[in-house]
Design a protein around this ligand. Structure first.
Ligand code: AHR
Length: 503
């Protein structure tokens, strides 16, 4: 099979917001406790944070981390997590039926963000609580001092404000599973008033209103229209979530699902434009895709853990999906979609970061290692910053049941002008060998291959584990040929490649 790709420096989709490569840590399972935080671990720092995990997060170069949930936030009292540790209450977490010690809260997480070279993106509780809690938290976090809440922060040991810029107005409020679930009108009104109050404090905040939890929700896309009708002029982003699964064990269908993701994004972009026109607004709202990943491997195990649990366990191993090689391809496809739609998706968060549906796993008292999906995220995060290119791709397709025809070779590219490079992220999602030719003549003739990484595996279900951490890992390749402004390369069936061209 043959594919041809044309790239041109002037055919640009958008300047990518680096926050497209964000992630997420929720007080859920072992994400926090024995994930990022494990006092007594051989690598623990003075705050009890695991340095081996911090190193891996730094390697991923994650610009923002959403916190503290997720479903957890909708019954969370942020005050429980500040102040002297010995006075912090143990609470029952109603979202995940576990116990929360509150040993880690805002201050500890903020310090961890500094160590991990990332920024905090905070969610406020609009489930069990509301506007008042949100404005107090904002004052606590961002006001320099001289008011009740900011002085409490100072008394709790933090003189400088945290200066959190990005705020989520609740989480998945369309979901009946959410504590304090609301109708679109109820939530839209509350989100509007909360945003108004937060803007009265600081009109430079970036605010994210909840969109749909996924595109199969019965309220989608009416939810987006109603919520934006209430909030359009007060918010900057609408949040979307989507998780991918191969429960049916059908690889062609599984690997076609990013087509559904693309439809979801573009439909919500249409709703945004509709409300923008309706409001005669000159302001542009964008999408924050602040939860996405593969999530299904752990579902049966989780049922057993919660059914067999004695009451309200503390940090049980929930949502510990062990990712396989097939998921590398899926994550590569999802990231390609975000890059191609980076004119509307400005922020995205891989859900989540450690242990809970995560690229990084830890063993309590033991090592941390990279799951298979770590790598496509690593390549996109490190080399996918700059201008997303509007590629012209011609080649064969296959028919899927879930999303109609999809291209066999899925490609995205980012031009990093300052770094003088164009990076291609390429997934062959078909079972055939593909010969592809990339026309790069518009970038000049003085081109060279700076890096070429390949991921393939004889077994689509191969995984990494504590005992075999490098079973699925990228390898450097030297098979591509670059001559006279044209790159020729071969793509093995079911493979992921990253090619970086110096221009
Ligand atoms: O990321 C796991 C959960 O998925 C989050 O808590 C929730 O927002 C979503 O349903």
């Amino acid at each position: 099979m043959k594919v041809s790709v044309v790239a041109h420096p002037q055919f640009v989709v958008a300047d990518i917001d680096p926050r497209l490569y964000g992630s997420f840590i929720e007080h859920l399972g072992r994400a926090v406790y024995t994930g990022i935080h494990e006092p007594g671990h051989a690598t623990a720092d003075a705050n009890g944070m695991r340095r081996d995990v911090i190193d891996l997060v730094k390697e991923l170069d994650v610009p923002i981390v959403r916190y503290p949930g997720g479903n957890f936030v909708s019954a969370y009292n942020w005050e429980d997590g500040v102040g002297p540790k010995e006075e912090r209450p143990v609470r029952l977490d109603l979202a995940w039926h576990t116990s929360e010690s509150n040993e880690v809260g805002l201050h500890e997480f903020a310090d961890w963000c500094v160590s991990a070279n990332t920024e905090m993106m905070l969610a406020v509780n609009l489930g069990s609580r509301g506007l008042d809690e949100a404005r107090n938290l904002l004052e606590y976090a961002n006001h320099p001092g001289g008011s009740e809440w900011s002085d409490k922060r100072i008394a709790n040991g933090r003189k400088e404000p945290f200066d959190v810029k990005l705020w989520c107005l609740g989480n998945e409020m369309d979901g009946p599973w959410q504590i304090g679930h609301k109708t679109a009108d109820e939530y839209g009104r509350l989100a509007h008033e909360t945003a108004k109050a937060m803007r009265a404090f600081d009109d430079k905040l970036e605010l994210i209103v909840c969109g749909s939890s996924h595109s199969e929700m019965p309220t989608y896309p009416e939810w987006e229209a109603t919520v934006l009708d209430h909030t359009y002029n007060e918010v900057d982003y609408i949040s979307l979530h989507m998780y991918f699964d191969n429960q049916a064990n059908n690889t062609p269908n599984y690997l076609a699902m990013n087509r559904k993701l693309d439809d979801y994004i573009m439909s919500v972009a249409g709703v945004i434009d509709y409300i923008k026109a309706k409001k005669r607004s000159s302001k542009q709202v964008y999408i924050s895709f602040d939860e996405w990943n593969v999530w299904y491997h752990s579902k049966e195990q989780d049922k057993k853990i919660l059914e067999g649990a004695d009451g309200w366990p503390f940090a049980p191993p929930l949502l510990e999906d062990i990712y396989n090689f097939e998921d590398v391809l899926q994550v590569g496809l999802i990231l390609n979609t975000f890059i191609r739609r980076s004119h509307v998706v400005r922020i995205a968060c891989l859900a989540q970061l450690v242990n809970v549906i995560a690229p990084i796993m830890t063993a309590p008292n033991g090592p941390a290692w990279r799951q298979t999906i770590y790598y496509p995220f690593l390549f996109a995060s490190r080399f996918g910053r700059g201008k997303a290119l509007d590629l012209k791709v011609a080649g064969p397709t296959y028919r899927s049941d879930v999303a109609g025809d999809v291209s066999c070779l899925d490609v995205s590219a980012v031009h990093d002008k300052e770094g003088g490079a164009v990076s291609f992220f390429i997934v062959n999602r078909s079972d055939r060998v593909i010969e592809a030719e990339f026309d790069l003549a518009a970038f000049g003739r003085n081109l060279s291959i700076a890096d070429h990484q390949v991921m393939m595996h004889a077994d689509l279900k191969a995984v990494n584990s504590e005992a075999n951490m490098m079973n699925v890992a990228p390898k450097k390749a030297d098979t591509a040929v670059l001559a006279d402004g044209r790159l020729s390369a071969t793509f093995a069936p079911y493979s992921y490649q990253m090619v970086r061209i110096k221009v």
